[in-house]
Design a protein around this ligand. Structure first.
Ligand code: MCN
Length: 795
């Protein structure tokens, strides 16, 4: 009998009952008795020495409670904000890791760097006092872009790192790749920029700190995707608070997209400040403040080449990337353009030799870190642009060149030349399906129709694989992670058979309260409505590592399965006792414990009740209670894959690119909730389409000023920019986790930038255009069309 709320059911999201009725509890909603309000004074300079900070006027503003600076941090022995990942470069040279003080000490290194923290009775008082903080700066020349920061004589951001290079890293077999290029009949080349992005979750970041001197207990409420990691990093490395005296709570969080996955300076300052002033302190980030204080994403400059034989078979891939780290290292920053990038360059292809070099560079910009997809969209973009360029130059259909190079289903497990082994996949089926659904063959007719209307029409294709489900701790540690990346789950069965599941992952839009209830429902044979999912509070949750890298289902869900299996095992012992049978004769299916081959049985509820009323238990072999915990560390990443097709139409008069259709066929293994998976893919697609068509974080190269610091200048995609998208799934089960699942949270973001830009380039192909950098904004496209026109006229 199919379980109507189990695995595979498209049930509505349980959490939407509170979200859609405005009853969520976000950090900004937290009110504590006697609470004060904090505001950060931030640097207007990209690079400057802090000569002096004069606080007299600020302290005289009515309502001010305190003004704290980097000197106070120093005096209190507060540590620097730590980085969670150490990348080792060529020749075993470890990355440079300069200290990151929570409030600037001596120098500011980007516009928005925090210089002082003002605490007052009201927000208005705090703003008045912040305006009265007089900081004397000595402005220094700034290096905003990576190319500027690498120039000889460039401004030096940290005195101890005169070349501004954080690491110079490589991956793959250099010699084998050079040999492949020597044998090549054709070489396709591209030079591209992967544009910098601002995450902009719906809810801006916020933090509330509180200190109870009677118990020496600190509490931090924060907009975080991983409260336990904040507790560990902040408690242990920054504030020196014993772990049992620190509670971190991340209640409802209104989207994170990676941006809330780091330990931020503001969290440490608010926690420290609340103990210092002896009152709770709340900071809520302004929307425009988020532009200069939330870590940014992407920002690569890349040169890449693909070597092919005469038939279009890929022989070798060579990639050189310069990645922007910003003014300090963020929690996962160094890992994104290295281990989350290089290993993805194999894509779904059989390319035998790959060599990738990455220079990570400090600049006078906000720190750069993970943003949905994190490294994988960048790798996919490089590869898929090259594949299109090669196909066009060699006169091979773009679908056909992919077909010729795609890993066949029977070649899995497939070891790529860049570290990873794909356990399962069927990318050719994804490709054929997407071509069919998108009517790839019928495109020329539609193009002719657009031409009749004076429009340029293009079709784009991208096939890709991603690595998610972070991470096997063993592998992550070899790659530089400074901690394990397992996950945990506790299944608590109440006497009535209702269940509370306590997860180490964090739900901030992904539907965990529903899908984890569905897994429990399937495993224990109870309705999903009988299951409550708890997460996000380090006092309620056993240690857990949070949500990012599309890991929650593959890693957290597997921990839940393990804990449920333990509950079933214990249930069998209880059933054996109650039914006077041997434990090995008890079978459990669909919520019923049965003596095999008989009609003697006990329901899950009866077992739960018995566990709590153990009147005649043989206590030496059977403990009362029914609660089990499990920790799960995966043996490998999961490798979802997909094939996407987009069609665009360009108006040559205005340069506006209109996305006409988008078809995605994705393999995410077993699916827990098809509706949630589609929603996740939709959301991801829109974020990738945003990067491709409109989003762009721009710094002035000369001054380091942020030019796109609000929604007036930073263009987010809106509903009317996006057509009805067609998402289909295909399931090849992951072979190494108990559910056979692969992540889906980032898929859309990984495939869509390349798909859309391949379509845009196709639309402009008749003008001789071979590459367009993102975003394909109207001004950029209009410029390309008109320059092409001018060039043609000059011929
Ligand atoms: N799921 C499923 N079947 C599968 C795969 C997933 O039913 N085969 C379900 C899962 O049970 C879960 C959801 O889909 O409910 C996403 O699962 P998963 O792929 O494991 O991703 P995570 O839950 O770990 O979420 C992280 C991922 C990332 S890395 C970013 S960034 C992101 C994203 O999810 N940020 C989001 N999706 C987001 N969605 C919202 N609304 N807000 C964000 O901040």
């Amino acid at each position: 009998m199919v379980n109507p709320t189990g695995i595979g059911a498209s049930i509505l999201r349980k959490e939407d009952r509170r979200f859609l009725t405005g009853r969520g509890t976000y950090v900004a909603d937290i009110k504590r008795p006697d609470m004060t309000v904090g505001v950060f004074v931030r640097s207007p300079h990209a690079h400057a020495r802090v000569k002096a900070i004069e606080l007299t006027a600020a302290l005289a503003v009515p309502g001010v409670v305190a003004v704290l600076t980097g000197d106070d941090l120093k005096r209190d022995g507060i540590g620097a904000i730590p980085c969670g990942w150490c990348v080792t470069g060529k020749g075993g040279v470890p990355m440079k890791e300069p200290p990151h003080p929570a409030l600037a000490q001596g120098k500011v290194r980007y516009v928005g760097d925090a210089v002082a923290f003002v605490i007052a009775e009201t927000l208005a008082d705090a703003y008045d006092a912040a305006a009265a903080v007089a900081v004397e700066y000595e402005a220094l020349p700034a290096a905003a872009g990576v190319l500027n920061a690498l120039k000889p004589g460039a401004p030096v951001i940290f005195d101890e790192i005169p070349d501004n290079i954080c690491y110079d890293w490589d991956l793959g077999d250099r010699e084998a790749t050079e040999a492949a290029f020597k044998r090549a009949e054709h070489i396709a080349r591209v030079r591209l920029v992967n544009n910098r992005l601002v995450g902009n979750p719906m809810e801006p970041r916020a933090a509330v700190g509180e200190y109870d001197w009677t118990t020496a207990q600190h509490t931090l409420w924060t907009t975080s995707q991983f409260p336990h990691i904040v507790k560990l990093l902040m408690g242990n490395f920054v504030l020196n608070i014993p772990q049992h005296k620190l509670r971190v709570v991340a209640p409802d969080v209104g989207g994170g997209f990676g941006v809330k996955q780091f330990h931020y300076a503001e969290e440490a300052v608010v926690t420290w400040a609340s103990a210092k002033v002896g009152r709770p302190v709340k900071w809520v980030c302004e929307r425009s403040e988020g532009f200069v204080s939330d870590a940014h994403g992407r920002d690569h400059v890349t040169e890449a080449e693909l070597a092919l034989d005469a038939s279009g078979k890929f022989l070798g891939l060579r990639v050189r990337t310069i990645a922007n780290m910003g003014g300090y290292l963020s929690t996962f920053g160094p890992n994104i353009p290295s281990y989350l990038y290089g290993p993805l360059l194999a894509g779904v292809y059989t390319t035998p030799a790959i060599y990738c070099e990455v220079k990570a560079v400090f600049t006078n910009t906000l720190p750069v870190d993970a943003y949905r997809g994190a490294g994988r969209p960048e790798a996919t973009f490089v590869l898929e642009r090259l594949v299109d360029i090669a196909a066009n130059q060699m006169g091979i259909d773009r679908a056909e060149i992919r077909r010729r190079n795609t890993i066949p289903k029977n070649a899995y497990p497939y070891k790529t030349p860049v570290l990873v082994e794909y356990d399962s996949g069927d990318p050719l089926s994804c490709l054929e399906k997407v071509l069919l659904v998108a009517d790839w063959k019928g495109f020329s007719k539609r193009k002719a129709d657009s031409e009749r209307r004076g429009k340029y029409r293009g079709i784009g294709l991208c096939t890709f694989a991603e690595a998610c489900g972070l991470a096997p701790s063993r592998i992550a540690a070899q790659l530089g992670a400074r901690g394990g990346l397992f996950e945990s789950s506790t299944v608590r069965v109440h006497p009535t058979g209702h269940v509370t599941v306590i997860m180490g992952t964090h739900n901030h839009g992904q539907g965990h309260e529903t899908t984890f209830a569905q897994i429990t429902s399937e495993k224990l044979g109870i309705p999903a409505d009988n299951v409550e999912i708890v997460f996000g509070d380090t006092d309620k949750v056993q240690f857990g590592l949070g949500t990012y890298g599309s890991r929650s289902l593959a890693v957290g869900g597997s921990a839940l399965v393990k804990a449920s299996d333990k509950v079933i095992l214990k249930g069998k012992k209880i059933a054996a006792h109650m039914l006077e049978a041997s434990e090995s004769d008890i079978a459990f299916t669909a919520g019923v414990f049965r003596v095999v081959g008989t009609d003697r049985q006990k329901s899950f509820q009866e077992i739960a009740l018995s566990a709590h009323f153990p009147i005649n238990y043989p206590l030496e072999v059977l403990e009362p209670g029914l609660e089990e915990q499990a920790f799960y560390d995966p043996v490998n990443f999961t490798f979802p894959s997909g094939a996407h097709v987009a069609e665009v139409e360009i108006d040559p008069e205005t340069g506006v690119v209109r996305l006409l259709s988008y078809v995605a066929v994705d393999d995410v293994g077993t699916i827990i909730n098809p509706m949630i998976v589609k929603g996740q893919i939709h959301g991801g697609l829109v974020q990738g389409i945003g990067q491709a068509l409109c989003e762009n974080c721009v710094y002035d190269e000369a001054s380091g000023q942020l030019l796109s610091g609000s929604f007036m200048d930073y263009c987010m995609p809106r509903a009317d920019d996006i057509p009805m998208m067609h998402v289909e799934t295909l399931s090849t089960a992951c072979t190494h986790n108990p559910l056979g699942v692969k992540g889906c949270g980032e898929l859309g973001t990984i495939g869509s930038p390349a798909t859309v830009i391949n379509a845009v380039v196709d639309a402009l192909g008749h003008l001789g255009v071979t590459h367009v950098d993102m975003p394909a904004s109207p001004s950029r496209i209009w410029g390309i069309i008109n320059n092409a026109g001018a060039e043609k006229a000059a011929e």
